[in-house]
Design a protein around this ligand. Structure first.
Ligand code: UFG
Length: 331
């Protein structure tokens, strides 16, 4: 199938584009490169442009005879979203609607959406299943939930078939070692822990040690980026085989604390990692763990990297060989 991957030069989009190509799909990447990296696209077909550009979208959908869209292009920083809600509503909702409109007008039948556990807000119970009430605590989660709502009603009115994948904590890198996570600024735990191990930052600040968890630090469910990518392909194939629109959580179902992540990273790196115990970061729930039985039962999804050590080992390979991210050419 010919697939348009928006945000395909970003972290999760680039890994998914690679899995699609390995499965013999033809991929066209659309990315405005505000956050993405052209080097992450490698030799895929690449168009630099924006999801706000409806004429461009229409040209691409018709010109490449696109059969499905995978939509990763979005603003995705929780803290930034609280400061800049206008930017988040514009990029994630307004531009998302422009894309959805172009998709239904072009008659593209399938849409796979990059959603987030942030739609749930503070969990009332863990593991969090898809039936958990969605009550986002920040504009990032709210804007992802808003586009999910639009997808549902576009499905009712225009027959769009969609899968929305609510990721927990994406981590790791392709084991090949040539693509990986490179955010500016970097805010995520695992890359920062590994940067501290490499001496690229002086230490890792542990945000909060007084949470109601076994060691007092926040617990998260880390899922390998290639396992996320596989889930996108499965969701698309299911729809192409006649499956109805669905929402799926994506996580391993195992929670690891910040201190457990640091300890595991020390084992992978073979060296101690300097840390400083710091205050809580605003808006962090104590525990986020996915109930991901639905996608396992319905689509047969199984993680290839269920263990934290294996996930961190792939990230370590990427960061070790690309200490400057994509900015420094591969040696
Ligand atoms: N953390 C630290 N120090 C750091 C960075 C993070 O202690 O320097 C802690 C955080 O407080 C949190 C955990 O490590 O407890 C994980 O933090 P991340 O920033 O890596 O990830 P989040 O859980 O905050 O965010 C993830 C996704 C978001 C999504 C959110 C849902 O990256 O896209 O889950 O709440 F919105």
């Amino acid at each position: 199938m010919n697939i348009l991957v928006t945000g395909g030069a970003g972290y999760i989009g680039s890994h998914t584009a690679r899995v699609l190509v390995n499965k013999k799909h033809r991929v066209v990447v659309l990315d405005n490169l505000t956050k993405g990296h052209q080097a992450a696209v490698k030799d895929l077909e690449f168009v630099r442009g924006d999801t706000s550009d409806k004429q461009l979208l229409k040209r691409l959908l018709a010109g490449y005879d696109i059969g499905a869209v995978m939509h990763f292009a979005a603003s995705s920083l929780v803290g930034e979203s609280v400061r800049l809600p206008s930017d988040y509503y514009r990029n994630n909702v307004v531009n998302g609607l422009t894309l959805l409109d172009a998709v239904v007008e072009a008659g593209v039948p399938y849409f796979v959406f990059s959603s987030t556990a942030a739609v749930y807000g503070e969990p009332m119970e863990v593991p969090i299943t898809e039936n958990h009430p969605a009550a986002p605590l920040n504009p990032y989660g709210a804007t992802k939930l808003a586009l999910e709502g639009a997808m549902r009603w576009y499905g009712e009115a225009y027959g769009l078939r969609y899968a929305s994948l609510r990721y927990f904590n994406a981590a790791g890198a392709d084991p090949a070692g040539d693509i990986g996570e490179d955010h500016e600024p970097e805010t995520h735990l695992i890359p920062l822990v590994l940067k501290a191990a490499l001496g690229l930052i002086p230490r890792l600040d542990v945000f909060g040690t007084d949470y109601p968890t076994p060691d007092g630090t926040c617990v998260r469910d880390y899922i390998h980026v290639n396992d996320l990518a596989d889930a996108h392909v499965l969701a698309l194939e299911a729809m192409a085989g006649g499956a109805a629109s669905q929402i799926y959580n994506l996580g391993n179902g195992n929670g690891y604390s910040v201190l457990e992540v640091i300890k595991t990273a020390e084992a992978v790196a073979g060296k101690p990692i300097p840390v400083k115990y710091a205050a809580r970061r605003a808006g962090d729930p104590a525990v986020l763990v996915a109930g991901a039985e639905k996608i396992k039962n319905e689509l047969g999804w199984r993680p290839s990297f269920p263990g934290l050590q294996d996930i961190i080992a792939t990230a370590w390979r990427w960061h070790g060989s690309h200490p400057g991210g994509y900015a420094i050419p591969e040696s």
